[in-house]
Design a protein around this ligand. Structure first.
Ligand code: FAD
Ligand code: AMP
Length: 476
């Protein structure tokens, strides 16, 4: 076989693509992974995709820095700790974030090396019969062939036609992760995960933040009780969240951004210094598919796949943000592993019912499975148990008492159908629900498990007891 032939070529080195490449190499395949991302400042191939370069990891780095600053300026006094004149050095904070990103870029490169995955830099196009051409960073074009190809090209931000990204005043996630100073006034269009997380970062550092959301309900995908608590807490923090506010026009004038929107009261306007447009993301397939490759796109521009991530073209698969399903890094990775295993003849599988969702705000929001409303809409009889963090000793000791845990269980079988959380460290606690659901557990199962005291996980235990109206530390 020619050295340009691989058992598997993966296009895209995000959490879908790079994980698929490593798993396939573990299973004995000769694998190449192509990516077009250049590192900030280096211009060299930066593996890790959106998640590592401009998504999950840098946003969490800034959320952590801003949380430390917020605690110093707002929370430490209750513990008797004070500091004179605390300041934030944005350049240092951004440099720390960039260092974390480049550390992990190198980490993925090391993993490729250890697993003998060939990393190829450049933009790839899939042609008929699994021929892949790559135009590299020097403009040179090379042709490769593969027995299997996985498309893992990810997603890009949706641009509003009247609010074009200029990288300076009207920005996407990339711009909002790289401001060189705290904007005095930040506008955010869209109260989704990205808008809330990045809005929180700059609010904690001192910006006046206004979030405009077209829908009348806050976090419509979350459990209604959880969304209500979260909205109350965000408002307490000073985030100005306007619901039912549909942005209609944006204009940059003299370094200011004029934003017009309509709400129940009629035409409204705000003026901000920076505007983050976070109205969702779309599959990225530019230049990916040659006309003869046979892969089809859906009406919404996603790569069409069946439940096994197969495109219908022999040996061609697609995973992650460029296909249907939630745009989450761990969903992309699970699909990557499942497809690599299917190619190897193993029974790879992703359970879409147990994919956890997390919003890394303060308090954090997390959930897995169905909400009570979804159960009702689907005619599934259910009952729910809740428990507030305000009654949890550890949460009180931490001075982080906002939020609660809610467990939704089948009214007849007691099987856990969903877990919904808002509060401290719930990004970790939600996995107790994921595990219980994956093992087809009941609320009774969780209620009978001994949880350490004093821990935040006692809220999960008590919520499970509350499903049967027998929580100990609250009136049922
Ligand atoms: P991507 O990570 O988008 O990777 C695709 C890669 O393919 C890119 O590097 C791209 O350059 C490359 N590529 C595309 N086309 C070609 C081509 N033709 N040739 C060569 N290379 C190509 N998810 C979470 O689960 N948790 C979070 O906390 C979280 N936070 C986020 C925060 C922000 C600000 C953003 C923007 C996203 C966040 N996400 C989060 C979503 C997460 O980043 C995505 O779900 C995830 O990156 C999808 O992985 P992927 O492998 O499908 O695609
Ligand atoms: P997500 O898909 O989680 O990133 O969230 C994006 C949010 O942006 C959704 O809640 C949309 O309702 C919201 N949105 C989309 N277009 C507009 C608009 N023109 N004005 C205000 N909000 C919008």
């Amino acid at each position: 076989m020619s050295e340009n032939h691989f058992d598997l070529i993966v296009i895209g080195a995000g959490p879908g693509g790079y994980v698929a490449a490593i798993r396939a190499a573990q299973l004995g395949m000769k694998v190449a992974c192509v990516d077009a991302t250049r590192g900030k400042g280096t211009g060299k191939l930066a593996l890790g995709g959106t998640c590592l370069n401009v998504g999950c990891i840098p946003s969490k780095a800034l959320l952590d820095s801003s949380r430390q600053f917020h605690n110093l300026t707002h929370m430490f006094a209750a513990h008797g700790i004070s500091a004179d004149n605390p300041k934030i050095d944005v350049a240092t904070m951004i440099a720390r974030k960039d260092k974390i990103v480049s550390q992990f870029n190198g980490g993925v490169a090391q993993l490729f090396k250890a697993n003998k995955v060939t990393a190829i830099h450049g933009h790839a196009t899939l042609h008929k019969d699994r021929k892949v051409t790559v135009k590299d960073f020097d403009g040179k074009q090379t042709a490769y062939t593969a027995t299997n190809v996985i498309l893992a090209s990810g997603s890009v931000p949706i641009e509003l036609p009247f609010a074009k990204f200029d990288g300076k005043h009207v920005v996407d996630n990339v711009g909002a992760l790289d401001f060189d100073a705290v904007p005095r006034r930040l506008g955010v269009i869209g109260a989704g995960v990205i808008g809330l997380e990045l809005g929180s970062v700059w609010k904690r550092l001192g910006a006046e933040v206004t979030i405009l959301e077209a829908l009348p309900d806050f976090l419509a995908a979350a459990d209604a009780d959880i969304a209500k608590i979260a909205l109350r807490e965000f408002k307490k923090q000073g985030l100005d969240i306007q619901l039912g506010a549909k942005v209609t026009a944006v204009e940059v004038r003299k370094k200011e951004v004029h934003v017009r929107y309509t709400d129940a009261k009629g035409e409204q306007a705000i003026v901000v210094d920076k505007l983050l447009v976070s109205v969702g993301r779309r599959a990225y397939t530019e230049g990916l598919l040659a006309e003869d490759c046979g892969v089809r796109l859906t009406e919404r521009g996603m790569i069409e796949v069946d439940e096994h991530c197969h495109t219908g073209v022999d040996g061609v698969w697609a995973i992650g943000d460029c296909v249907r399903g939630p745009m989450l890094a761990h969903k992309a990775s699970e699909e990557g592993i499942a497809v690599a295993e299917r190619i190897a003849g193993l029974p790879g599988h992703v359970d879409f019912n147990t994919i956890p969702w997390v919003i890394y705000t303060e308090p954090e929001i997390a959930w897995v499975g169905r909400t009570e409303k979804q159960c009702k809409d689907e005619g599934i009889p259910c009952r729910a148990g809740t428990f507030p963090f305000a009654a949890i000793g550890r949460a009180v000791a931490m001075n982080e008492t906002a939020g609660m845990v809610k467990i939704v269980a089948h009214a007849e079988t007691d099987r856990i159908l969903g877990m919904h959380l808002c509060g401290p460290n719930v990004s970790e606690l939600v996995h107790e629900g994921v595990l219980a659901m994956e093992f087809r557990g009941s609320a009774e199962d969780l209620a009978r498990i001994c949880h350490a005291h004093p821990t935040l996980s006692e809220a999960v235990h008590e919520a499970a007891l509350a499903v049967d109206k027998r929580a100990i530390h609250k009136a049922n």
